[in-house]
Design a binder for this molecule. Structure first.
Ligand SMILES: [Mn+2]
Length: 399
């Protein structure tokens, strides 16, 4: 038993001797393979440090966790496991992430081989079987979310671009000398890159890890055109410094967008799980699924009944009080639109209270054409889930 950090260094040195590849630095792929679950189990640690993103596990969250962990290794040879905060089964719904990871050598799950990526349920299981404590660096959120609530013992560092919940222990984070950075900007990955790259000085950073950072930044800022802040531009300078000169960022952005919006083979239940967050406000569980098409188009594709069935199944699976479908899409005139659809199989009273408390702020208007659901056009179309969640939270706290 003992800290995994010291054991990891011994393990790493042995690995380097046995697998000399001409470089003393592990590539991202080698690093992730070494961090595998089997190796961790063999080491029987009494404590583990993880870095995990938020429960939507979008590109930003997954990339931020992986690059934080790898940069940390480059800096001090210590192990912080990158962890994905969704069920393993759900990663395949994020085709943009699966594809970009494959492009840097990180394979997806196949029938005979599991990807080296680690998911929060794996950590939960290790914690139980090895009885080890779990300390976490949170990226892309600043309050523990989802399955991680029962798994993480202490938050020992934060890099995030969401609203500050002020729920963490500042003294503890300072005692670990870890970052506590919460700043508004397009992509959390930019803050992670800007924190680590200057620290690494002349260490060679392989361009695969920079490609991952860039993937999150371009998606979050629509290729540095919207929601972009100075931190994102600073990170872009680093990415350009390490990527080949002729690297075409625009083409990369287009590919990622195509993969992200590729919904081939997905049913409504898959779509609800694809970009989902579960919140608890004042004892009420509110789920929010972000969706990239209009409710009308889902109704045309799947029909009212199968949408209701999918909502009901997911609603029960997560013991929600309210499920909100948040759509964001371009209409036929290329105008950006948003809608909110309320689903609550039993809690119609709670639902109408929430609606009354948020309708003015989000400028909600009933959609007359949709009769089978409580569907509203959200005229305040700048507000995405990041802004909607605290508004709904406040509404529930005021009830
Ligand atoms: Mn983010």
């Amino acid at each position: 038993m003992g800290s995994i950090i010291s054991k990891f260094i011994i393990y790493l040195n042995e690995w380097k001797i046995n697998n000399f590849n001409g470089s003393s630095v592990l590539s991202l792929k080698e690093y992730l393979n070494i961090c595998s679950l089997d190796n961790i189990k063999k080491l029987k640690p009494s404590s583990l440090q993880i870095c995990c993103g938020n429960q939507s596990s979008d590109m930003d969250s997954v990339v931020s966790a992986i690059i934080y962990s790898y940069f940390n290794y480059l800096d001090n040879n210590k192990l912080i496991l990158p962890v994905i905060n969704i069920p393993r089964e759900d990663l395949k719904l994020r085709k943009d992430i699966v594809n970009v990871l494959e492009s840097v050598g990180i394979e997806k799950d196949t029938d005979d081989k599991k990807s080296p990526l680690i998911f929060i349920e794996d950590i939960k299981q290790i914690k139980k079987s090895l009885k080890c404590s779990i300390d976490a660096i949170l990226v892309d959120h600043n309050e523990i979310q989802g399955i991680a609530i029962d798994t993480i013992d202490r938050v020992i560092g934060i890099i995030d671009h969401h609203e500050d919940t002020k729920t963490y222990n500042v003294d503890l984070i300072n005692a670990f000398e870890n970052p506590l950075i919460i700043e508004s900007c397009g992509s959390c990955s930019s803050l992670v890159t800007n924190y680590w790259v200057p620290k690494l000085g002349h260490t060679t950073i392989n361009n695969q890890v920079m490609k991952l950072g860039l993937a999150a930044a371009v998606l979050d800022t629509s290729n540095f055109k919207s929601k972009v802040e100075h931190q994102d531009l600073e990170a872009l300078k680093f990415y350009k410094q390490f990527l080949p000169q002729a690297y075409d960022v625009k083409i990369f952005f287009k590919q990622l967008k195509t993969h992200k919006s590729d919904l081939t083979g997905f049913n409504m239940f898959d779509l609800l799980r694809k970009d989902f967050k579960l919140f608890e406000f004042n004892g009420h569980k509110v789920g929010m699924s972000s969706l990239g098409e209009s409710m009308e188009s889902f109704i045309a594709k799947f029909g009212n009944e199968s949408i209701k069935e999918a909502c009901n199944r997911y609603y029960r699976l997560n013991s929600m009080d309210i499920l909100l479908l948040l759509t964001s899409y371009s209409d036929s005139n290329k105008q950006h639109k948003r809608q909110i659809i309320f689903y609550s199989s039993k809690n119609t009273e709670l639902e109408s209270k929430v609606f009354c408390n948020i309708k003015d702020e989000l400028e909600l208007h009933p959609i007359a054409e949709i009769k089978e659901f409580s569907a509203y056009a959200q005229n305040k179309d700048r507000a995405s889930r990041k802004q909607i969640a605290p508004i709904v939270g406040k509404a529930l706290n005021d009830i």
